[in-house]
Write a protein that binds this ligand. Sequence first.
Ligand code: GLN
Length: 484
Amino acid sequence: MNTLFELTALELAAAISRGELSSKEALLFSNSACTANADKLNCFTSFSASDPIAAAPVSPLSGVPMAVKDNICVAGTATTCASRMLRDFIPPYTATAVEKLTAAGAVCAGKTNLDEFAIGSTSETSFFGPVKNPWNLEYSPGGSSGGSAAAVAAGLVWYALGSDTGGSIRHPAACCGVTGMKPTYGTVSRYGLVSYASSFDQIGPIARNAADCAAVLDMIRGHDGRDSTSLPGPYLPLSPQLTGDLHGVRIGIPDVYFDEAVDEPTRRAILSCADTLRRRGALVESCHAVGLEHAVHAYYVLACAQASSNLARYDGVRYGCRAEDTHDVQDLFVRSRSLGFGREVRRRILLGTYLLSGDNYETYYKKAVAVRHQVENTFRALWHNYDLLLTPVLPGPPPKLGQEANNPVALYQEDRYVACANLAGLPALSMPCGMHKEGLPIGAQLLGPHMADGAVLNAAFAFQQETDFHRLHPPIFGLGGDAG
Ligand code: GLN
């Protein structure tokens, strides 16, 4: 059974369709790995009693156990957003992405832990306690989709859905040594995804490799009339675009994202990633990009503003936990929100409300919108000369648990290589490309123009044909069984 852990999602599905094992056996394997290890990692908020499919495979991933970040609704199953506020929320509807996966024969093993309301980048702000990094339990798995990335890295499920508002798929994927993709904004429906910052939020896969990510995306992409920002289709399927051929593909490494803050191991890993891509035929060179350095600041202004408005609905009346013994409706709102939200979420709401009030709207919010346009224009200019961009995901190793708890601004800064893709709505992927000496993975980010998701995935696919970083497993979870 241990070898099951070594398979990718597509390999497992192929074994199931050849009749070498049943989807029930795969689910039993996943369930027992989860039971043995999930507590150590704290990567699940709940397990589901999903039945394995018995019928003939209906898609390339039929019968493969997966997990869903707990800010994505599954009807009848608690969707807590890792917040006390929604601890008892059972949605009456299912997110389109999950509906599509279920129709394609996916088996959900459970809901994964996250930063409260997907706000954060260490998966420590969860009401249910921090998620641990499977490579070293003293480190953060990154965030906010830390539970999804940890569960895939530890071999508890073969892929998982995450959400990415300012890096929350790519950041934990990098920290846990797995592959994660934020698709072009509007290509995966946000229906059923609990909103954080709606103009950035996007659902995407975290898996062992780029081919699995493409297979998942092919199942969940598509126009959805229930999401007003959903792009009209049809979309070209992604999996057939994975040829591994990079001849003539021009890849730029923007100087602003390869600065002195990048530590030596990360720098070496990115440069060697560039060499590997060259061996596959790509032309890789450093490039100058003006204006991208302000992206992360604009991101935080806009994300906080949108969060303050999206989270206004949790008032103890319309949604969320309700404080007892309040004396009027104002008191009910104030005390329910103070009770339900954790520290970081309260900080973001306060900041967002401040940024939208009075003159601040002109001074900060409108300026951030202007920076967003500038970032879009910078990318548009870069696409004249480059097909893709290559950057680090974060400047160094993932933070140790507790390390950044009192330094939110330092933590916000760590998102500077990833948040730009959300500002411009671009497809971006993180893939493992090296190791820090502490035994923690290093991630490389590939970004592409709007709707060039296939080109991004193909570059990652080519890289993964040449390298084995995506096949490494955390030593303590190497057998897919009890970590001891
Ligand atoms: N770390 C970023 C934030 O805290 C991104 C979070 C996300 O992508 N959900 O806002």
